[in-house]
Design a protein around this ligand. Sequence first.
Ligand SMILES: Nc1ncnc2c1ncn2[C@@H]1O[C@H](COP(=O)(O)OP(=O)(O)O)[C@@H](O)[C@H]1O
Ligand SMILES: [Mg+2]
Length: 511
Amino acid sequence: MNQGNDLKEFDDLKILGYTIGETSSYELQMISSEVPEIGEYLSIYDDEGTEILGMVENVIRGNRITNELKEYGAISKLKEFEDEDEIYTISSIKILGDTKNMQIPRRPPKPLNEIYKTPKQTLNKVFANGKLEVGKLISSDIGVSLDVNKLCSRHLAVLAITGQGKSNTISVLLEQFKKLNATVIVFDMHREYLEMESYSIDLKINPIKPKINVYNMHPDSLMNLAGVDPSASIQRSFGRRAILGLNKEHEEVEFNSVEEYINSILNRIEIYADMDEYKNKLDSLITLKMRFEDLLAYKSKITAINYNPISGIKENRINIVDISELDEESTDLIISYFSKEILKDRKKSFWNTKTANPIFIIYEEAHLVIPQNRPTKSKTPISRIAREGRKFGVGICLVSQRPKTLDQEALSQCNNFIISKIIEPKDQRYIQQASESLSEDLITQLPSLNVGEAIVLGPCLKIPALVKMNRFNGVYGGEDVMFDELWSKTENDLSDKTLGKSIFEDEEDEL
Ligand SMILES: Nc1ncnc2c1ncn2[C@@H]1O[C@H](COP(=O)(O)OP(=O)(O)O)[C@@H](O)[C@H]1O
Ligand SMILES: [Mg+2]
C-alpha cells in the first residue's frame, strides 16, 4: 500500500483489520482480531494516500467450529477445548468520506486493504473544530464542538423522550453561547433556566416577565385573553365593535394604563347595554362586560400598553422569558407576539444597517407551541423565522419529547439535530421524514442511547456523530427529583404539615 504523506504524520496508527469480501464506496466488511465498538471511527488509505473515514455500524462475532452445531452436549464438551483462534469478528463499516472534504470516494477501497483505528489528530480535525464545545465522542475521549454559525443559521432540533438530557443539552449550549457573547432568547415553560447557574462562568441571565400589548392585539385575541367564548357570536361582534371603534378614535399614547384602556372598552359595552335597540341582547352584553372585568382583575400581570415586547431583550445576553405561570392560550399569545416582533425588528435593522446582531431563539416544549394537528398563533411567525430567519440572522431551536406531534414544516427547516433516545417508531419515522441526513442505520441506534448520549448531525458537524453530551457544570431547574432524599429530610419533622403553603402565595392568582 502506498501510505502517502498523510499517513506518516501520525504516530498512533494501529492496524485493526482488513477489508474482506466485496467493497463499495459506501460500505465494506472488516475482519479483525480485536472487537471494535459500534460507532468507532476507522481509517483506510486509498492508493493516493488519502485518508478515508469509516464508522463501525455493526459487529458480528462467531466461532467457526460451533456455528453449525446445535447440540447442547457437544457444545459443552467443546467449551473445554475453546480456542480463541476459532473466534472471528466481522464488522460492517459505513464509509463517511475523505477527511478533507467529507466526500465519498469515487473508487471503492481495495479488498484486503489495511484498516486502522482513526488517529486522534484526524478525529480532532473533524469533530473539534467548532466554537461550541458540547461533549465527547462516545467511542473515544475526543471532544466534539459544533460550528456555531451553521448551528444557528440552519436551525436546530433537540429531540428525546423525557429525562434523557434535553434540558441539560440546552444548559450546556447556553453556557457556550455566553462565552461567545451571543444574544439568545429562551421561552422557559418550567422555570428551568431562569435561575440556572454555571460554576464556571457568570451567565448574567436577563430575566424577562413577558407582557402583551393590549392595544396592538387583534380584537379576537384580546377577547380570547379575556375569556370570551369563541362561539359566543353576539358577544364577539359587540366586542369587536367596541375595540375597533376605540382604536380608531384614539391613539395608543392617549392611554396611560391598561386599566384606562380596558375601562374605555367597558364604557362602550355599557353604552350598547343602555340602548333600547339591544335590549334583547342584554344577557350577552352583561357576560361580555364580566369577561373584560375579569381581564382587568386577573390578567394585569401579563398585559401592558405603550409597550414593545422586544425592548426588554438585551443584546449579547442570555434572555430568559418566564412563561411558567401562563396558561396555554396566554403562552401562545406571548410566544407568537415575541417571535413576530423579533423577526420584524431584525429585518428592519438588517435593511437599515445591512447587518443585524443575530439572535438565537429556543422554544422548549415545541410540540405544544407549534403542534402538527392544531392551529396556534405561534405557528405562523415561527414557521416564518424557520424559512426566512437565516437571511436576517435569526435562528431557532425546537426542543421536544414528542417529535411526531411537532409541526412537520418547521421541523423540516431544522437542519441540525441533537437526538437522544427515541423509542417509538412513529417518532423515528417522523424525524427521518424531516431530516434527509438521518440514515436508517442511525435510526436503529436511537432506542439504545443512554441518558446524555445523542446523535448529533447536520451542517454544525462535518459528519454525524454519537456524542456523550457534557454534563452541565452548574444547576438548572427541572432536573430529576430525588424523591427519597427529599422525603427523608423531613423524617424527624412529622408536624402534620399541609400543602397549600406555597412560597408563591402572593402570586397565587390563576393567570
Ligand atoms: N450529559 C449528561 N451527563 C450526565 N447526566 C445527564 C446528562 N444529561 C442528563 N443527565 C441526567 O438526566 C437527568 C434528566 O436530564 P434533563 O436534561 O433534565 O432531561 P429532559 O430535559 O430530556 O427531560 C438530569 O437530571 C441528569 O441527572
Ligand atoms: Mg427538560
